[in-house]
Design a protein around this ligand. Structure first.
Ligand SMILES: *Cc1c(COP(=O)(O)O)cnc(C)c1O
Length: 398
């Protein structure tokens, strides 16, 4: 036992010295732009609830009605007896929404990615992933046992270089290329149109995790692939989550009939876990309906993004090249990032302070997320507080 405790102490001390200890904030209200934490009201810019659906009354109502009819628990895994009509209907609606043959739901995006990557490749295969892919994709790659190579972020020549190098390797059977659609800590969009062409040329399978694009980008909120006009043939494996713009919880994979049938039979993180409660599927079905008709929310969100970027760029902060609701402000030092986030918090404004290992060393940042429920005057407030922080020397910018 002592050897474990020594390890735990050492790691905690290291993290603490590097300014990397994380603390929970306890949310005491509904999720939204005006929230309560520690008995205090805050204006929040840190959730992934991009369309404000997490506390939308119609979504809550759909869950309540479902619980009244079906109770709460799913009671079993999907393949035993936990797969409810509500899951089934949600899957059909998602297949139609994404223009794919078929879809399957998972209890979380983390699990969906572990399931997908580890089912699609094994130790005789290769998986190529963008360096900034979500942790769940990277972990799925490790679990698969496949040769694992990360290519430079959104760099097509780096991807092509690896593909052509590994194509000479006769020990490699199949190749999977995986990317986030919208990068969760940077907010930029992957060059999926180019990747689709490259993947086809090298006979590799392309998978896109569109957790942050679904509901937000594309016509009718159909996501990054739809905004780029990419079909099931271009991107055979599409994954999306419900914990972001959908405002609920869980995830899905959409693709060909055969892909979904294959995953249903072999994906261990799908098979050996309890199905999500039916009420979550019911709430998600309502979210999907709301997303389809949320053009005005999406337009407002786009206007907020432009407005925020224009105003912040005049202050001297370093923004990243993002047109999505994820608007990171690059600081660099973890300590300065915390100092700035703490200052904002004292002023009643909550933002995410993202540090390594979530992002690369020396690239700590504020992760500011905008939501369709924000108003222009709330953006003004955020920008004013950011300006005050510079004026008061909370951080030094050079
Ligand atoms: C949030 C997220 C996930 C994980 O989804 P959960 O449902 O929260 O487990 C996976 N991939 C990306 C890109 C994400 O942003």
């Amino acid at each position: 036992m002592a050897v474990f405790q020594d390890t735990w102490r050492k790691i905690l001390e290291e993290r603490s010295k590097a300014g990397l200890i994380r603390h929970h904030k306890v949310l005491e209200s509904a999720q939204g732009v005006n929230i309560h934490v520690g008995g205090r009201p805050y204006l929040a810019f840190c959730s992934n609830d991009y369309l404000g659906l997490a506390s939308h009354p119609e979504v809550s109502e759909a869950a309540i009605k479902s619980i009244e009819s079906y109770g709460f628990g799913s009671g079993a895994s999907h393949l035993v007896i936990g797969h409810h009509l509500e899951h089934e209907l949600l899957e059909r609606e998602l297949a139609e929404f994404t223009g794919r043959d078929r879809a399957m739901v998972f209890s979380s995006g983390y699990m969906a990615n572990m399931a997908l990557v580890s089912s699609l490749v094994d130790k005789s295969d290769l998986v190529l992933q963008d360096k900034l892919n979500h942790a769940s994709l990277l972990d799925g790659g490790l679990l698969s046992g496949a040769r694992f190579q990360r290519f430079l972020h959104n760099d097509m020549s780096s991807l092509e270089g690896y593909l052509s190098r590994f194509s000479q390797d006769s020990k490699i059977n199949k190749t999977l290329v995986v990317t986030d659609g919208v990068f969760s800590m940077d907010g930029d969009v992957a060059h999926i149109d180019k990747m689709a062409k490259i993947a086809k040329r090298f006979d590799a399978l392309l998978m896109v995790d569109d957790a942050h694009g679904m509901g937000v980008l594309g016509e009718g909120g159909k996501g990054t692939l739809s905004s780029l006009g990419l079909s099931q043939d271009d991107v055979p494996v599409l994954m999306g989550t419900f914990g972001k713009a959908f405002g609920t919880s869980g995830a899905f994979v959409a693709g060909s009939e055969q892909l979904i049938e294959f995953l249903t039979q072999v994906a261990r993180p799908y098979i050996y876990t309890t199905a999500m409660p039916p009420s979550i599927a019911s709430a998600t079905r309502k979210s999907l309906e709301l997303i389809k008709s949320a053009d005005s929310s999406r337009n407002h969100l786009k206007a907020l993004i432009r407005y925020f970027r224009e105003k912040v760029s005049t202050l001297g902060y370093q923004l990243m090249s993002s047109d999505t609701p994820i608007q990171p402000v690059l600081i660099g030092s973890s300590f300065q990032t915390i100092a700035l986030a703490d200052f904002l918090k004292e002023q009643g404004v909550l933002v995410g302070a993202i540090r390594p290992p979530t992002v690369p060393d020396k690239t700590a940042r504020l992760r500011i997320t905008l939501c369709a429920a924000h108003s222009f005057s709330q953006i003004d407030r955020l920008v004013d507080v950011l300006a005050d922080a510079l004026q008061q020397g909370v951080i030094s910018h050079d």
